[in-house]
Design a protein around this ligand. Structure first.
Ligand code: AMP
Length: 431
């Protein structure tokens, strides 16, 4: 009986993996432009890390973590997100002692036991970035600018950046109380989940997607009416700096993000083409988090993008085609096999993408396969070629009968130079 992968855990097959590589390479280039450094983090953490950071009453901690007890009795979990791990590492290695500001990025899989659907998996991967050690609004603007540049470099046009301010320790409690009162007053119109969330995690009342809850949402108190002066000034500055750089954003008063640690600036990237799971990424400021995890009282801000969802958007936009070999070497018969391998090895060491066909197959089937691979050139080594120590090169983009002869011992640069010349200048060289 065959064994299947676990529900919500997917293989990334060739074709799709090419898009992943493209995404990672372009992200790395943008992170380098912004002078961020990579951090590689473990996949398993102590469960306590997320209970103390994301919050006990969030969906993730309440019901989505893949937790298990280690043999020594420690409660461990597969990490559901990256920020808490970055902050844990920051505190553990006292990074603030070495540098006042840490600018870090990461790639990697995250695990949440959600209900799988298109764009929602139980193992998914994120590209994340964090700036720890800056409390000023310019840091928020820079992080959002980075996100904006990254989306632009990926060629993602169909994405909007939604922004909100969630207030801080001074003003958020009043807003929280107002939301609890509103939830209680409208309990009969809210869904079961929201009635239950009402007092425990009232912010979630605002991002519930149930029609009944959506219908009355506009009657809820708005955070913008509760922000303290400091939060108001901070948010206005973020908007001003972004506008000055021509970054279009949309204010979304109902965007609260699912995690407890966010304060002030929160943002989400929304792609209209994605359907129900339309968030490509999100992030925000988490000024109390480093201290809550035992570190110094330094501020932080960051975001994470979902790689699977980025890949869906990239596929829809037709970006990142599967790479094609420049050369396919087609040996005809056992005697040509060794020469084929030697030639392919030389061309590969020169830097070309090269495939070698199996010698026992007919020329016709080797050519068909090379065509399927999208090869630019097929190099044929048959008996005649072996006898004269030559190769026959077919240009697959031209008509099939246009071919050239070159020396079997050619180097990559000689071959490329010869192929760049007009066809009628023959390039036979005799040993
Ligand atoms: P979050 O940490 O929940 O803000 O998620 C940030 C981004 O990660 C989201 O916008 C998605 O692109 C991606 N993401 C979160 N959860 C999932 C999931 N279960 N499956 C696929 N992608 C996800």
């Amino acid at each position: 009986m065959k064994i299947q992968s676990v529900k919500g855990f997917h293989d990334v097959l060739p074709g799709e993996s090419t898009r992943w590589t493209t995404l990672e390479q372009r992200a790395r280039a943008v992170f380098a432009q912004y002078n961020f450094q990579e951090i590689r983090l473990p996949i398993v953490e102590r469960a306590e890390l997320f209970q103390r950071s994301i919050g006990e009453t969030t969906d993730i901690v309440e019901k989505e973590m893949y937790g298990f007890t280690d043999r020594d009795g420690t409660a461990l979990t597969l990490r559901p997100e990256g920020t808490a791990s970055v902050v844990r590492a920051y505190v553990e290695h006292a990074m603030h002692v070495q540098e006042p500001v840490s600018k870090l990025f990461y790639f990697g899989p995250m695990f949440r036991r959600e209900r799988p659907q298109k764009g929602r998996l139980r193992q998914f991967s994120q590209i994340g970035a964090e700036v720890i050690g800056r409390v000023d609004a310019a840091a928020d603007a820079e992080v959002i600018l980075l996100l904006h540049d990254l989306l632009a470099d990926l060629g993602i046009r169909d994405a909007a950046i939604h922004l909100n301010s969630l207030g801080d320790r001074a003003c958020r409690p009043q807003y929280r109380d107002a939301l609890i009162d509103w939830g209680a007053a409208h309990a009969d119109q809210l869904c079961d989940d929201c009635r239950r969330r009402g007092t425990r995690n009232p912010f979630r009342l605002l991002d519930c997607k149930q029609p009944g809850c959506l219908a009355i949402r506009h009657t809820a108190p708005k955070i913008s009416d509760f922000l303290c002066d400091d939060c108001r000034v901070h948010f206005a500055r973020v908007l001003e700096l972004l506008a000055a750089e021509g970054v279009a954003t949309q204010r979304d008063e109902y965007m609260v993000r699912g995690l407890d640690y966010y304060v002030r600036t929160a943002f989400e990237v929304v792609a209209s083409g994605l359907g129900a799971q339309n968030a490509l990424g999100g992030g925000g400021r988490y000024d109390g988090l480093v201290r809550a995890l035992g570190g110094p009282d330094v501020a932080g801000i960051g975001f994470a993008l979902g790689i699977e969802r980025l890949a869906i958007v990239l596929e829809a936009e037709g970006a990142a085609p599967v790479p094609r070999p420049e050369f396919v070497v087609a040996p005809l018969g056992a005697a040509a096999e060794r020469e084929a391998l030697a030639l392919a090895h030389r061309l590969r060491r020169g830097g070309a993408r090269v495939d070698v066909e199996a010698h026992a197959r007919s020329l016709k089937s080797q050519m068909r396969h090379a065509d399927k691979l999208g090869a630019r050139y097929v190099i044929i080594i048959g008996d005649d070629e072996l006898a004269g120590r030559t190769i026959t090169v077919r240009d697959m983009a031209a008509k099939l009968d246009r071919q050239r002869v070159a020396h079997l011992d050619t180097t990559l640069s000689e071959l490329r130079a010869a192929l760049a010349e007009p066809l009628d200048s023959r390039l036979e060289r005799h040993a």
